[in-house]
Design a protein around this ligand. Structure first.
Ligand SMILES: [Fe+2]
Ligand SMILES: [Fe+2]
Length: 160
């Protein structure tokens, strides 16, 4: 079976967008939207998927996590909300990497929901939303006092 996740990693546009995110966040004191963040989200989401027996396919989870913030640079550059920007950029990459139409539809929907706390706690959108929040190490962040996350959203301790 083709390795669709590493196809994303090797995709030329994916690499360009990762570099653009990095460039835009060079001096950012708050959380970054880089490959480490994407992997953290993927792994946390897969752990929750196992622990709660949600049974979403591993490729689907990893692909969504790898792509959920890939358009962050467009928010800095053009003011486009990054869930919308990422969804748009992700569609072409997913197609190029061999995902089928149903998979692409599910992944794009989850990317579009990742900032909005979807109601269905067993949905891919909720899984990514929750993992996205859990991935942030607020307890170890120098910018915690200036961050605009609400106190209840911040991770003040290790959740495990
Ligand atoms: Fe995001
Ligand atoms: Fe994120």
């Amino acid at each position: 079976m083709a390795d669709k996740i590493n196809a994303i990693l090797q995709n030329e546009n994916y690499k360009i967008y990762l570099a653009k995110n990095e460039e835009k966040e060079k001096t950012r004191e708050f959380c970054h939207h880089d490959l480490q963040h994407f992997l953290d989200v993927a792994r946390i989401a897969y752990i929750i998927n196992l622990e709660k027996s949600i049974n979403i396919h591993k490729d689907t989870i990893y692909a969504t996590a790898l792509l959920h913030d890939i358009g962050r640079w467009m928010q800095y550059e053009k003011g486009i909300p990054h869930d919308e920007a990422s969804a748009e950029l992700a569609a072409d990459i997913l197609k190029a990497c061999g995902f089928n139409e149903n998979e692409i539809r599910e992944i794009i929907a989850a990317i579009l929901m990742h900032r909005k706390a979807p109601a269905d706690e067993k949905s891919l959108g909720y899984l990514i939303y929750r993992s996205d929040k859990l991935s942030r190490g607020c307890f170890n962040c120098k910018a915690i006092l200036d961050c605009n996350w609400s106190e209840e959203k911040k991770n003040h301790n290790i959740k495990y």
